[in-house]
Design a protein around this ligand. Sequence first.
Ligand SMILES: *[C@@H]1O[C@H](CO)[C@@H](O)[C@H](O)[C@H]1NC(C)=O
Ligand SMILES: *[C@@H]1O[C@H](CO)[C@@H](O)[C@H](O)[C@H]1NC(C)=O
Ligand SMILES: *[C@@H]1O[C@H](CO)[C@@H](O)[C@H](O)[C@H]1NC(C)=O
Length: 332
Amino acid sequence: MVSRFNLSLSFRLGMFCICLCFLSASADLRRLEHRIKADGSLSFLVLGDWGRKGAYNQSQVARQMGSIGERLNVDFIVSTGDNFYDDGLKGINDPTFQNSFTKVYTAKGLQKQWYNVLGNHDYRGNVEAQLNPLFRKIDDRWLCLRSFIVNTEIAEFFFVDTTPFVDKYFLRPKHHRYDWRGVLPRKEYLSNLLKDLDLALRNSAANWKIVVGHHTIKSVGHHGDTKELVKHLLPILRENDVNLYINGHDHCLQHISSKTSTIQFLTSGGGSKAWKGDFNIINQNELKFYYDGQGFIAVQLTRTNASATFYDIYGKVLHNLNLSKGSLYSNA
Ligand SMILES: *[C@@H]1O[C@H](CO)[C@@H](O)[C@H](O)[C@H]1NC(C)=O
Ligand SMILES: *[C@@H]1O[C@H](CO)[C@@H](O)[C@H](O)[C@H]1NC(C)=O
Ligand SMILES: *[C@@H]1O[C@H](CO)[C@@H](O)[C@H](O)[C@H]1NC(C)=O
């Protein structure tokens, strides 16, 4: 009798601890709210791999984003990381912040909230500085966190810090130095992040679940698939019926679908320097679109429909996909 009692007590204690762990861990993903438009829609631009003080067509991309952003009256701008080349920000006084961000994205249509994740080049600088809310005093559009959630009435956005997943930055950093403060011990950091993300996605009742990270999951570009994300992140996205995974890292624009899930993989890494002719045809059967020049993506959402449009630096529409709820995948 006694032992059975002990067993059930420790079982219950165990369950209690598991619940506590989940509660404390899930508190780590900061949750922000963003209002949708009065007509029930939401629109935003996605840009990646950009901060080069205006060079390599960064300024031309910025100008077109400004005009599309104004036309769509976008609600916010998403950056997929590699915000500052070559080596992130040196500190809170680094003029690169203004020279590559404030002084480049000056158009009226871009005076909105920016939600930024970090890329591998950002990790080569002072990461704590780039995450420092003091930058909001210099430019109040700026918001950069490692991993966080932006909730809206019709869609939930899950921003994921992908750089710490990639083995080679730890095992073969070459001459680069990465700022891993706040990420170590790595194994614990990654497992907490995956657990928090899985829980948040599972609890999400949003119509559209959109995950944003710097690194590719599927890509026919220079870097190709990121095997660590295919292994650890993709299963969680699949299980939780994520609609879009949006990344940068490869300096191109691309759309890849999936034969085994409803996830659409979008790359917006054309914010400045692009690698012309850098193309790898391994995944070709799922490839819908690839452009090896500069540009960005505009996304428009309603409760039932989603569309993503890819633009070049002249504002020309290069590709477009439409998704609708009910007939999950149409026209793309
Ligand atoms: C700027 O974009 C144009 C049009 O795509 C391209 O021809 C040109 O090479 C680009 N310049 C740079 C420096 O990437
Ligand atoms: C959604 O898309 C369907 C067809 O794909 C279209 O008939 C409908 O008008 C769209 N609804 C909205 C609100 O845009
Ligand atoms: C998606 O919808 C838009 C507007 O409804 C339309 O202009 C565009 O041609 C559609 N794209 C595809 C690929 O069907």
